[in-house]
Design a protein around this ligand. Structure first.
Ligand SMILES: Nc1ncnc2c1ncn2[C@@H]1O[C@H](COP(=O)(O)OP(=O)(O)O)[C@@H](O)[C@H]1O
Ligand SMILES: [Mg+2]
Length: 367
């Protein structure tokens, strides 16, 4: 009865895997109702290849095309699985928003690259697919990112409380939601990306479970100061970043040749991640009262504790307390953005991305 079913599929900069949701976005429903969700970890060989494709290498055009095909199969699988889990025939789904896998993000050069094969996803699922959400905003002079703030505003904005949403993905981004006035948002810097990198290097694990490794170390004040000197942090919004900047080469350049205990480096990277996020909120979200956290970083108890300590005046909670499970926010945002595109409405916020104006985002691949 009056359902408006949309699916969303996200695979973010952490390169951990795919998150998909199926949701009822009928306007009468205040908070989107998620009918089903799935997470699919990337197979090890695809994960290795996606990491390798983050930097230039031999035959990368062919390798990127092959990785895109493989991703499309996995996106389609995830979409079919959410439908089965919800008991919904694919034809009842109006459209699926499929973000793709970012391998480069160069808005200042006028482009960004998300590996995907939306035509293949449409063939494999018999769903209408909306994809390539970012390029239109960049073509209009914007950053193409972040795109989630319009969704955050629709779902989390409050008439009296000044809220800020922070997504702790590979990269961290915030959305400022004052009770009135413009919604702003930008990437603050690293989320999990440096923590994952250092964990892999020192322990061979994909992430620092619970932040226990970081919690076992001591912050190196000199290293923290060197990390905080990164010029991106001081740039005024609109701004967005990615693995193009915060990668192994960046970290090695800051670490230099000084020998340090691996746990102390991890503690310092966690302190850096929290401090860069908190500084951005203090400077650009003046008067904020509530901080709503989402993304995989909410499972890093050490990181969340550091964020709380940095921002003692804010009430900190995950988005679960506000109606959307923290691991579903991004995928749900792309379901919502697909709805906006299908409805012929713009999905970007020019005040966030810096685009010349509102634009209808993405390309539609009809079922
Ligand atoms: N139990 C955990 N402890 C610490 N960190 C975790 C845990 N589970 C997930 N993460 C972090 O969350 C990341 C995935 O978060 P996600 O929101 O999917 O990011 P992205 O959107 O960049 O893919 C992982 O790479 C890891 O750093
Ligand atoms: Mg992810």
């Amino acid at each position: 009865m009056g359902r408006e079913l949309f699916a969303g599929v996200m695979s973010g900069t952490s390169l951990d895997g795919i998150d998909a949701v199926l949701a009822d976005l009928a306007p009468a429903i205040v908070t989107a109702r998620i009918l089903a969700s799935v997470h699919v970890d990337f197979p090890a060989e695809l994960r290795r290849e996606l990491f390798a494709l983050q930097v230039s290498g031999p035959d990368e055009l062919v390798r990127a095309a092959r990785a895109a095909q493989r991703l499309a199969e996995l996106y389609a699988q995830a979409l079919r699985r959410v439908c089965v889990a919800a008991g919904v025939p694919v034809h009842d789904v109006i459209a699926a928003g499929v973000h793709g896998q970012t391998v480069r993000h160069r808005p200042r050069e006028g482009w960004t690259a998300q590996l995907n094969s939306p035509a293949r996803v449409a063939e494999l699922t018999s769903m209408t697919v909306v994809a390539d959400f970012r390029m239109r905003d960049i073509a209009a002079g914007g950053q193409g990112a972040p795109l989630v703030p319009a969704f955050h505003a629709a779902v989390f904005r409050h008439p009296e409380r000044h809220r800020v949403v922070a997504n702790l993905g590979g990269i961290a981004n915030v959305t400022d939601l004052p009770p009135s006035g413009a919604v702003r948002g930008f990437d603050t810097g690293p989320g999990n990306v440096l923590l994952d990198l250092w964990q892999a290097r020192s322990c061979g694990a994909p992430f620092d479970a619970g932040g226990r490794f970081a919690a076992s170390g001591a912050v190196d004040a000199a290293l923290l100061a060197a990390l905080l000197a990164e010029p991106y942090l001081a740039l005024p919004p609109p701004k967005s970043t990615g693995r193009d900047l915060f990668d192994a080469a960046w970290l090695d350049a800051v670490l230099g040749r000084t020998a340090r205990a691996p746990a102390d480096v991890q503690a310092t990277l966690a302190a850096f991640t929290a401090a860069s996020l908190a500084a951005a909120i203090r400077e650009h979200c003046v008067g904020a009262q509530d901080l709503l956290l989402c993304g995989g970083g909410v499972r890093n108890g050490d990181l969340v504790a550091r964020i709380r300590t940095e921002l003692p005046a804010l009430r900190v909670a995950t988005t679960d307390a506000f109606g959307v499970a923290s691991e579903h926010v991004e995928a749900l945002a792309f379901a919502w953005l697909a709805r906006e595109t299908i409805a012929g409405r713009p999905g970007n916020l020019p005040a966030v991305t810096g685009a010349a104006g509102p634009r209808i985002l993405g390309a539609i691949y009809p079922r």
